[in-house]
Design a protein around this ligand. Structure first.
Ligand SMILES: C[S@@+](CC[C@H](N)C(=O)[O-])C[C@H]1O[C@@H](n2cnc3c(N)ncnc32)[C@H](O)[C@@H]1O
Length: 203
């Protein structure tokens, strides 16, 4: 594995090394996944979509709440799709969880489909992020909620994704009531940018 191969793994975990990244993410991103799901106002019948589900930790957690709803997931990594399918096997068999290979840049869903669309540690890989956000806007129902969780760090890798920048991206993509919420653990700085599609949106 070359250095550049290692650098691309978080953005598209692949093969054996990708599976190992999955184990690391399960530990390192655990808090991010649980915290984000806790913010989402999921109810029993929510229909939602996760973008970049990785090993499917948040999907499994959300499925425990939306017991009569549906949770869709899109990830462009075959390795992560297989890991998340394994973790969510029972909910997939019952039809409550539907996982697909796909890209946020061209979401394969109808307009106005979801109550909630969320994404955790994934926006860093969207080039340009506005294209991914435009698709999220399109597939959300009017008044639906978008939630984007990311690391709140100052180093070079994350400087482009500070809370105010992602907040402005959501606003310029048409979302309203946009706010950012900070994670609770100062040793693991994360935030979630949340917004809504306007009630009278015509897409
Ligand atoms: C750093 S991992 C985070 C995984 C998980 N959300 C977490 O927080 O543990 C990023 C995930 O997003 C996926 N991903 C990156 N860019 C994507 C895109 N444009 N469309 C769909 N999935 C994408 C990757 O394959 C990977 O599974």
């Amino acid at each position: 594995m070359t250095q550049s191969g290692l650098r691309t793994q978080p953005g598209k975990p692949t093969g054996i090394i990708g599976r190992m990244f999955g184990y690391v993410m399960d530990i390192y991103n655990r808090e991010d996944n649980y915290w984000t799901v806790s913010l989402l106002d999921i109810d029993e019948t929510s229909k939602m979509l996760e973008i970049g589900f990785g090993t499917g930790l948040a999907i499994a957690n959300a499925a425990k709440i939306a017991t009569h709803g549906q949770i869709y997931g899109i990830d462009h990594s075959q390795t992560m799709l297989e890991a998340a399918q394994k973790r969510n096997r029972k909910a997939i068999e019952s039809g409550r969880v539907i996982l697909r290979l796909g890209n946020v840049m061209a979401l394969p869903f109808e307009d106005n489909s979801f109550d909630i669309v969320y994404s955790i540690n994934c926006i860093y890989f969207w080039e340009p992020p506005t294209q991914g956000l435009a698709h999220i806007y399109r597939v959300l129902k009017p008044e639906g909620t978008v939630a984007i969780t990311a690391r709140n760090k100052d180093d070079e890798l994350y400087a482009r994704w500070k809370p105010n920048i992602v907040r402005d991206l959501l606003q310029s993509s048409g979302f309203v009531n946009v706010r950012t919420l900070n994670g609770l653990n100062p040793k693991h700085p994360i935030y979630c940018a949340v917004g809504n599609k306007p009630m009278n949106s015509m897409n």
